[in-house]
Structures are given as structure tokens and as C-alpha cells.
Design a binder for this molecule. Structure first.
Ligand SMILES: Cc1ncc(COP(=O)(O)O)c(C=O)c1O
Length: 492
């Protein structure tokens, strides 16, 4: 990243001709001007030299005649990420690195720097652009149209449900599911604690109260034991929850055999938050299809994306019709815009559904690619002491949306947060495992059922887990860079 600079240091008495030769040999598009003590004066770019020649037409004049500039420099501990930010802000491609004595010791050269590696960047295929163009050509620029219809049909078909409703987000889908189940003020809704806040915010939209359920260690998803304890307590108090939202974290299904059985026994409807797990399976059946309502997200960071979007799936077609009606402002059947119920503007645009259609057709390939990314990490880091991986029970086939590892703090001596900060210096984006909802200030008063009464699995996962870059747009060399950086950070 930091280039050797000995060949491109030039003194103030150097003639333009010689500076041009040095610049040519350096191949970085600049030389560095230093004073008699070898202290940094300024960067001289090929543009600076060209302008000096045009102004005087004298190749033997010295660099001392160049106009002074305010020098922009980095220190020896400046990270690549910070250097990139400084250069982008200043609109320059060279950033000299100077030591404490202001002597040049290196150079950040933007075009030769490795690109940042992101956590889960969108990955477009060939067909999406053409499908979006089709929406433009036919002028279906609206939250209805043939792409929306086709997207819903193909999604329902792919996962094996009777119907799907395309929406503006996964959050909207959860909100509509709660509305369809008549969740309202005074109700409680059980929800997995180890998730993104979008799983449970809609509980608050409906004026209801969440109760959080811990994970179990086998899949990191909702603990059947904790769920059963919570439901038993609720029954004793004479008020069962109106719904259970079970989340499939990081692309892995929860244990629906057990969870479905428990919800049925207490006669509480289940919503499956499969925002992260489209393409995964549980016992061979598609993720998102185990509950009365399943939801998916097509946010930009998901395994497939519509840039932003979501879907509600169900075998209850009457409920899906009502969901569509609620998602389009709940118009009564009258031409004069009559409304009898509060509703929402939650439909997916036909333009974005075009992106979704192209992406949906890539889903099987994307699942295999994400799984291969996970395997490459696991193989490349198998010998690092104290490092472990998100498990995959034998009834589950995860889509490995994100590759997640854990670090035993007693062995590694570093919290994942510290590892994340150090990887950031290498322009590698990672994230700690979701902060559980029962630990969030927003939900400080919400009841919580841990896996064992004296052992919270999600607390431990939050303290030890780290999500690694998992986008399918990465190439093997990117992953090797991540693996090498992790080894360096851990001294392994
Ligand atoms: C588990 C989970 N549930 C719900 C959502 C909400 O999806 P969206 O961002 O499409 O609203 C997300 C993702 O953002 C998620 O990760």
C-alpha cells in the first residue's frame, strides 16, 4: 500500500528535465520535493511539471520556482481507510507519508490501493438491467405492473407457497403480518432476541409489547425450551401472546419442528422472519414457509436484492389479498377515494420488481457461492486457536448469508469489536453479531426468557461473534486478503 519513495525524492535545485525523468521512472505520476535536510516540501505531479514547462519553455529551470502549496500529508500510523478518505475529500491521488521529523517515508497512491472489502455488497447479474429497461420502455413506472406480478408468482413458486405479496421492505411485511393477526395495544408478541431491530419494531408500531426469547446453541435461533417456558408463564397469567416472530439468523433456519409444535400446542400463530434466509432449507423445505406468514427482505445487503424491498408469503390467499389492500392505502371499492380503515403505502415498485426478477433467477447460484465463501474462510483459518464458526445442524442447510465466526476471549484476548476496528484499518468491513434486543435501551423493560434460566446464549454470541465479508461479488484474492488480515490481527 505504501510505496517505496527513494527514487522519487528530488531537491529544490533539481532541473525540470531531471524531475521529469525521475517522475517517468517512478511510474506513480509524481515526485516528492524535499529541502536540504530531506524534509518534505510538496508533491510535484506530472501536471505541475507540464504547467511549469508551458509557462517558461525552459527545461533547465529548477523546481525552486514552483509556487508553494499547503502540503497534505499522512503520518506513519494513518490507516489506508483514512488515507482514502483524505484523498477523496481533497480530490488528489497522492498522499505522502512523513515521519515525526517531516521526512517522507512512503506514499499512498490511490490507483494502486486495494479496494475496500465490504460486508455484503449488492451483486447484480446480466438480466436485471434489461428488465429495468423493459419497465421504462413500457412505462410501468408504478407500484403495480407486470414485473410485480411475475416477481410474486416466481417467488411463491420458488419457495412452494400459494402466494406472495411484493412490498417496499421486509419490515413492512412483518408489520402487515401483525396487522393481519389483529395485534394491537395491550397485546404481547414473542420475538427472537438475537436479530436486527426490524424484526420487532413493528410490534411497537401496533402498540403491542415484545417479549424476547433467547437462542439455542445448535442453530443460534429461537430456543424451543425458552419459548415453551415463556408460553407456559403467559398461560398461567391468563394471557397468551398474539403471535410469535421467529427469526432465521444469518441465513440459517430455526428448528421449526420443535417451534411449530410448541406454537400449535398453545394455539399461538407463528410469523417466520426469513429476511436473511431466502434460499436456505430446514428438513429440505424452503425457509420462510413454516409459519402462517413468512417474510423476506430484498434490502441491498441481502443474498438477493431489489435495492430495497420485501415480501409476505402465505398459503392463506384471502389474507394475502387483504395484505395487498392494506399495502395500497386500503381503498374501499369506490371511484371517489373512500377509506374505512387506516392502511399503508407499502407496495414494491414495478421498476424494482424488475431487479428482483433477475436476482431471483440467480438465487440458487448465490446460495452455493455464499456457502463456498464460508467454507473458504473456515478452511483458511481452521488452525487459529480460539476461533470457531456458526454451526449448521443436520436438519438445516443455511444460505450462509453472512459467514460468522466466534473468538474465545480467553484464548484470543481480543473482543470482536477490537478485531473489527483493526480490520477496518485494512479496509475490511466486519460487524459484531447483532446486539440482542433484550440488551437494547429501546426494550429495557421487555421480559426476556433465556435458553437456561441462568445462561443466556445470545449474550455470549454478542460478546464473541463477528460477521466477515460475505458478498458474492468478492473474488478469491479478496477472501485471501481477509484471511491474511485476520491472521495478522490475531498474530496467528
Ligand atoms: C432479521 C431481519 N428482519 C427484518 C429485516 C427487515 O428487512 P428490510 O430491511 O427489508 O425492512 C432485516 C433486514 O434488514 C433483517 O435482517
Amino acid at each position: 500500500m505504501i510505496r517505496e519513495i527513494t527514487v522519487i525524492l528530488v531537491g529544490q535545485q533539481t532541473p525540470l528535465r531531471q524531475a521529469l525523468t525521475a517522475l517517468n521512472e517512478g511510474g506513480l505520476g509524481c515526485v516528492m520535493l524535499v529541502d536540504g535536510d530531506q524534509r518534505f516540501v510538496r508533491v510535484v505531479t506530472d501536471g505541475d511539471l507540464r504547467r511549469a514547462i508551458l509557462a517558461s519553455d525552459d527545461l533547465d529551470q529548477s523546481l525552486a520556482g514552483l509556487a508553494p502549496v499547503t502540503p497534505l500529508t499522512a503520518s506513519e500510523d494513518t490507516s489506508a481507510a483514512t488515507a482514502r478518505q483524505v484523498m477523496n475529500r481533497a480530490k488528489v491521488v497522492h498522499l505522502p507519508v512523513v515521519n515525526a521529523d517531516n521526512r517522507p517515508v512512503g506514499l499512498f497512491h490511490l490507483p494502486s490501493m486495494d479496494a475496500p472489502i465490504l460486508l455484503s455488497a449488492p451483486h447484480m447479474g446480466q438480466e436485471e438491467r434489461q428488465l429495468v429497461a423493459e419497465a421504462f420502455e413500457t412505462n410501468w413506472i408504478a407500484p403495480v405492473g407486470p414485473h410485480v406480478d411475475a416477481f410474486e408468482a416466481e417467488l411463491a413458486d420458488l419457495v412452494g407457497m400459494d402466494g406472495a405479496v411484493a412490498l417496499s421492505s421486509g419490515t413492512a411485511a412483518i408489520h402487515l403480518a401483525l396487522r393481519l393477526l389483529d395485534v394491537g395495544p395491550g397485546d404481547t408478541v414473542f420475538c427472537s432476541t438475537l436479530t436486527f431491530v426490524a424484526s420487532c419494531n413493528p410490534i411497537l408500531y401496533q402498540g403491542a409489547s415484545p417479549v424476547f426469547i433467547d437462542s439455542e446453541p445448535e442453530s443460534w435461533n429461537m430456543s424451543p425450551g425458552a419459548l415453551e417456558r415463556g408460553l407456559t408463564d403467559s398461560r398461567k397469567r391468563g394471557k397468551l401472546p398474539k403471535a410469535v416472530i421467529c427469526v432465521n439468523i444469518y441465513g440459517q433456519s430455526a428448528d421449526y419442528d420443535a417451534i411449530g409444535r410448541i406454537c400449535d400446542a398453545f394455539d399461538v400463530p407463528l410469523i417466520e422472519d426469513a429476511a436473511e434466509s431466502l434460499g436456505a432449507t430446514c428438513g429440505g423445505k424452503a425457509s420462510g414457509t413454516f409459519a402462517r406468514f413468512g417474510i423476506y427482505s430484498f434490502n441491498g445487503n441481502k443474498i438477493i436484492t431489489t435495492s430495497g424491498g420485501g415480501a409476505l408469503v402465505s398459503n392463506d390467499l384471502a389474507a394475502l389479498d387483504r395484505a395487498k389492500w392494506l399495502a395500497t392505502q386500503g381503498r374501499d371499492p369506490a371511484a371517489h377515494y373512500q377509506h374505512s380503515e387506516m392502511a399503508y403505502n407499502y407496495r414494491l415498485s414495478n421498476v424494482l420488481a424488475g431487479i428482483g426478477l433477475g436476482q431471483l433467477r440467480l438465487l440458487p447460484a448465490r446460495v452455493e457461492q455464499r456457502r463456498a465463501i464460508f467454507d473458504r474462510y473456515r478452511n483458511g483459518l481452521h488452525d487459529v486457536p480460539g476461533m470457531d464458526w456458526m454451526p449448521e445442524p443436520n436438519w438445516s442447510r443455511s444460505n450462509r448469508w453472512l459467514s460468522v465466526c466466534t473468538f474465545d476471549p480467553d484464548v484470543v484476548g481480543l473482543h470482536p469489536y477490537a478485531i473489527m476496528r483493526q480490520l477496518q484499518q485494512h479496509e475490511i468491513e466486519t460487524r459484531p453479531v447483532w446486539k440482542p434486543m433484550h440488551m437494547q435501551p429501546l426494550f429495557r423493560d421487555a421480559p426476556y426468557y433465556a435458553h437456561d434460566e441462568d445462561h443466556s446464549v445470545s449474550d455470549r454470541l454478542f460478546l464473541t461473534g463477528l460477521c466477515l465479508p460475505s458478498g458474492t461479488g468478492m473474488v478469491a484474492a479478496d477472501q485471501d486478503r481477509v484471511i491474511a488480515a485476520i491472521r495478522k490481527v490475531l498474530g496467528a
